[in-house]
Design a protein around this ligand. Structure first.
Ligand code: SF4
Length: 371
């Protein structure tokens, strides 16, 4: 188990997620939080929330961006005061609201007026039936497209989040084109982790995940910023393709690519993919609704609890997070030459093996090494 050089995120994360509440009007099939209709009694109080915001300045400048998530942040009665307080403290704020009738134009305008940097909205397929099977809400596909348009019209930077499962991967060229036609600037593709209510859904096989990564590399050459969540092995694929390696000859990849080029034409720009980035606990920290601090939203290992522990102290001193940042992994990820800039999904390693430092089983290289 060899360690690598210290992470560039050793002192501070770039993103701190605060799960304001688990209350949400939706009941999505893949919900990390297993969100429910009503707020739970253990949520941080208003006073504790204010102290939490102040504690984020412990990290020192440049402060991490605060992402207010849930559940649905609009289910929290103090949302507006929290945004205003965070902005007054000099924090950049992004919000991840659920698409529901509450997400009105007036609400979007208020986000903009308070200086919210961006909002993320979830769209999980190019077909209504695919999206609505996950969201479990008839009509939600059209409502989400309307919300994307409304948010852009309100002047907000919109990031669309899409969860890719074994059942939805084939629609990705059409989903990409749908977002491109709407001028969406940022597309974040979540590779499903079987945790929360998503435990019963189908993940991509390692071969399918590799095909989708090659497709995302292709799609990243049309001007849209594309990021992958819980698939850092996309960085391995990026580096291989930029070094001239051929894409896989598999039927799934060939189909994805030919449909991409059929609608978008030949790629004309450099890839927008980042060759380095974050992992849970390495550039990312997640604070749950009750103050429990985790490496990431899909990695539910408890590291401590606010207000007894402060986030900066936990982030810098946690043995688990230090091991993640030093790439002290077990199994194939621990032996892999790509671990400095990849490192595998720590959330998937935890969900699949019970060891957050274990191997990410969705990676084709890891699967080949352990076969
Ligand atoms: S084996 Fe692990 S570190 Fe290596 S490329 Fe795969 S996920 Fe990344």
């Amino acid at each position: 188990m060899a360690s690598t050089d210290a992470s560039r995120f050793e002192q501070r994360p770039v993103l701190v997620f605060w799960e304001l509440t688990r209350a949400c009007p939706l009941a999505c099939a893949h919900c990390r939080a297993s969100a429910i209709r009503e707020r739970l009694p253990g949520e941080l109080s208003t006073a504790q929330g204010n102290t939490l915001l102040e504690s984020l300045r412990d990290f020192g400048p440049p402060y991490p961006t605060l992402i207010l998530t849930g559940g649905d942040p609009l289910s929290h009665p103090d949302l507006w005061a929290i945004i205003a307080r965070a902005r007054a403290l000099g924090l950049h704020v992004a919000v991840s609201p659920a698409v529901s009738p509450r997400l009105s134009r007036a609400v979007l305008d208020r986000f903009r007026a308070l200086g919210v940097a961006s909002i993320s909205l979830s769209l999980d397929g190019a077909q209504a039936s695919t999206h609505e099977t996950l969201r479990q809400s008839p009509g939600h596909f059209a409502q989400t497209l309307e919300a994307i348009d409304l948010a852009q019209d309100a002047g907000l930077r919109v990031q669309v989040n899409s969860t890719v499962t074994g059942a939805s991967a084939a629609e990705w060229p059409e989903l990409f084109q749908l977002l491109r036609d709407r001028g969406v600037p940022v597309w974040e593709v979540f590779f499903l982790i079987r945790t929360g209510r998503g435990a019963g859904l189908s993940e991509l096989t390692p071969s399918e995940a590799e095909d989708v990564c090659h497709f995302l590399y292709d799609a990243s050459q049309y001007g849209m910023v594309i990021r992958a969540v819980e698939a850092p092995f996309l960085r391995r694929v990026l580096r291989a393709r930029q070094a001239g390696a051929p894409p896989p000859p598999s039927p799934l990849y060939r189909s994805l690519r030919s449909r991409l080029e059929g609608s978008a034409g030949p790629a004309a720009r450099p890839s927008s993919l980042a060759p380095v980035g974050t992992l849970d606990g390495d550039g990312i920290l997640f604070i749950g609704h009750d103050g429990t601090i985790h490496p990431g939203g899909l990695a539910p290992e408890a590291l401590g609890r606010f207000p007894e522990r402060r986030p900066a102290e936990v982030y810098r001193s946690s043995p688990t997070l230090r091991s993640i940042r030093r790439r002290e992994f077990h199994g194939a990820c621990g032996r892999c030459a790509h671990r400095a800039y990849c490192g595998g999904s720590r959330a998937r390693a935890l969900a699949a093996t019970g060891d957050i430092l274990g191997t990410d089983p969705a990676c084709l290289r890891a699967a080949s090494a352990e076969a």
